[in-house]
Structures are given as C-alpha cells and as structure tokens.
Write a protein that binds this ligand. Structure first.
Ligand code: REX
Length: 404
C-alpha cells in the first residue's frame, strides 16, 4: 500500500494526513469520509469556549488524520500536536474492564457472583454483583460528587494525596445508595475503584502490572502508562488547564497530580494513536474471547432518545448517520477526552481538549464524533476559514490528496 502524506498548517491549527493511495477497506467505505474541516471547526469552537488547545486523530482503514489546534503549554506557548500524551480519565474504565473480563475468561471471576465474594471488606449489600459494578448499576454513591463540589479547592486538596481503594470506597458507603442493586444506571467512579480492589485482591497483582502485561505490552502501546501515584507525565505531553468555578479567574495548570482519587477508574495516561489502537484491537477480538467481548459491547440505552448507551466499561454512541460507535469519554482535571471506534474497529477517533470544568467545551468536543464517523460537512457558507487559510476548504478524504 502506497501512503501519501499531506500537511496543512492553518492559523494555529495543523492537519497531517497519511492517506492510503487506494480507498480504505470495505467496512469503512460504507461510512462517509471523515470531515477534516468539521474537526477543525469543532476545535476552533472549543478554543473559543475556553480550551487552550485540542487534538484529534482519526485512523480509518489505511489512512490517518492528525489534526490539532491551539496550545499544549500556554506558559511556554508550545503548539498542540496530535501525538501528545494526556490524562485520559474514565477511558481508563475500558482498560480496567478488559483486565476484569480476561479474569472472567480465565474462570477466576464470575460476572454474576456477589462482588463481596471477591473483596477484602464487604460492600453494604451482598446483592451487588460484578456485572452491576461494570455497568454502573450497583447504586453505590459517587464519592467525587462531594470531593469536587468546589472545583479548585477540591482538586488542590487531593492532587498530592495517595488513597487506598478502601479509603475511597468508605467515602462512598458513608452515603445512602442511589438505587437498589441492578435497578438503575447510575454512573459512579466508586464502581471502578471497587473493581480495581477486586482485581488486586483476587490475583495479588497490582493493576499497573495487569494493564502492562495484558494490554499495553501485547498491543505495543508505548505511549500508554499507569504510573499511580507518580504525579508526572513523561515524554511529549499536553499540559492540562482547569477552569475555576468563578470563570472570570484564570485557568489553573492542573497537569501534575497523583490521580489517586480515581486510580482504576481514571488514572491512565495515553495518546490518540494508542487509544485508537486499543479500541480497534478490543472490538476486533484481539484482547478478549468472543463471549466476553459480546458482554462488554452489549449496551443498554442510558438516555431518553437512546443515542447514548452503556455496556460493561464501554459506552455506545449512536450518531446521526446511523452508525453506533464504541469507546469511552473521560474527564480529569485539565483534560476532556473522547475515544471511540466502529463495531468492526476499522475507523477510530480520539479527541482531547486540554481543559475541564467547562461543559460547553466538552459538548462541543463531542462534535468530533460526527465529523469523524459521519463526515458531517459544514454548510458552504459556514466553512472553516482562517486569516491565512491557504485554500484549505474541503475535506481531505482517502483518495483525494492535496499538498500545501
Ligand atoms: C471529576 C471532576 C470528574 C472533575 C470525574 N472523572 O468523575 C471521571 C471521568 C474519572 O472521567 N468521568 C467522566 C472536575 C464523566 C466520563 O466518564 O466521561 N469537575 C473537572 C469538577 C466539578 O470539579 N466541580 O471538570 O475537571
């Protein structure tokens, strides 16, 4: 396969595309081509709403697109690029689920057994099963509701702390549960902290080792790591900027933290190429036997119009062109992430904006899903333009190669 490379630099944005000289594989050809202009537009909108920068990587068949805007480091005025590492937040839940489901496949954990049969200290209700934890149906209160009620004071009070799993679980069980086990979907970080504790208790092996030996190593995810409780990111990374509750105050650089408040619910570091590779490999059956993969991808609607669903540690999103994509979102101080793939893994997309506590940015960033999977074209009059736009007004699509 011959690959052509295209690089276009707009005002504050970079688009790099490695495009297959022949059209991508059969399954991706049924999808509209990704819309690079729409991704750029979304990134510009995210920045207008307060994100210092944004990145997107789309891998589609043999083509890849790396699109970035704004800054990775506002003090040093370093430009964002799509290869930088970042904190993926709850995308970590999909990694944790793979570890757990491998233990299920090995016969060491039963999805429908009481979680208490695997835990060092019992949860208040024996009826909570492992499946309830993985599908956010345990009813366990999310302790981060209290922890981050005041955004920056909450963050500063935990950024250098190291928690045991039990300390976090105890914060949750001090509250009444949201619902009876199994009765309702109620998203809670507590579920995935319990799962981390469960995996370590059953195997006697730290989560960091499981992630490395079962996922990062076999898939060659060299930019992915779990370094809890180390506070630093290594290599090339984007700094994260947390918006204060008083939005007139400046953003807080929140890059360095232990993320101990999340651990197996949210402390993985990765980049867009690795997240795309992870989700593509997952749905293609490279990490789990069919039976466990099917369980993970069996999503149940969690919103009124059924466009959002949750399986086991995996979100489903039904997009406007009818395609359902699988992956996860993530929010950790300073970083919003979307990482999703098609059911056959042939097209994957990761987007990140380096801010948080800004729901507008998060919602806007979600628009990259439509752009990447549905090729949602911007209306003609609405095309992305920049003062020094070098005529880049149409999508770059496989087979349509432009050079600047
Ligand atoms: C904690 C608050 C957010 C962050 C959180 N993150 O629970 C988990 C996650 C790990 O990624 N969940 C999201 C803070 C929802 C997901 O699954 O997509 N907000 C911020 C506040 C609000 O402090 N007062 O926005 O950075």
């Amino acid at each position: 396969m011959r690959i052509k490379y295209v690089s276009v630099v707009l005002a504050g944005s970079t688009v790099m595309a490695a495009l297959a000289a022949s059209p991508a594989g059969a399954a991706t050809s049924t999808l509209p081509h990704p819309s690079v202009t729409s991704v750029l537009k979304v990134q510009q909108q995210a920045m207008a709403a307060g994100a210092p920068g944004a990145l997107t990587r789309i891998d589609s068949g043999n083509s890849s697109y790396r699109i970035s805007s704004g800054q990775a480091d506002t003090a040093a005025r370093t430009a964002m690029d799509a290869d930088r590492r970042f904190r993926v937040g709850s995308v970590s839940k999909s990694f944790t689920t793979v570890v757990l489901m491998q233990l299920v496949a090995e016969g060491r954990v039963d999805l429908d057994a009481s979680a208490n049969s695997y835990l060092p200290k019992a949860l208040p209700d024996d009826r909570i099963t492992v499946r309830h934890l993985l599908s956010h149906r345990s009813g366990l209160w999310d302790y981060t509701n209290d922890m981050f009620y005041y955004t920056v004071p909450g963050f500063e009070s935990v950024r250098n702390k190291v928690f045991t799993y039990q300390e976090l679980i105890d914060l949750s069980t001090a509250h009444k549960v949201n619902n009876e086990p199994g009765a309702a979907y109620s998203y809670s970080n507590t579920n995935f902290v319990v799962l981390g504790q469960l995996v370590e208790h059953v195997t006697g092996v730290p989560m960091a080792t499981h992630y490395q030996q079962r996922i990062f190593g076999p898939l060659g995810l060299r930019n992915t790591s779990y370094v809890h409780p180390s506070t630093t990111l290594s290599g090339s990374y984007a700094r994260g900027y947390l918006r204060q509750d008083d939005t007139t105050l400046p953003l807080v650089d929140s890059t360095e933290q232990t993320v101990s408040w999340a651990q197996s619910a949210g402390a993985v570091i990765s980049n867009s190429a690795d997240l795309n590779r992870f989700f593509s490999a997952l749905v293609s059956g490279k990490l789990l036997p069919q039976a466990q993969l099917r369980e993970m991808m069996s999503t149940v609607p969690v919103n009124a119009d059924g466009t959002q669903s949750y399986g086991l540690g995996l979100r489903g999103r039904k997009l406007s062109c009818g395609v359902t994509v699988y992956g996860h979102t993530g929010t950790v101080q300073g970083y919003y992430t979307y990482a999703f793939t098609t059911a056959d893994g042939k097209r994957s997309m990761t987007s990140m904006a380096n801010t948080s506590n800004n729901g507008t940015v998060n919602t806007i960033l979600g628009g990259t899903l439509e752009a990447a999977f549905c090729g949602t074209a911007v209306a003609k009059a609405d095309k992305f333009t920049a003062p020094d736009d070098e005529g880049f007004t149409e999508d770059i699509a496989p087979g349509v190669v432009r050079s600047s």
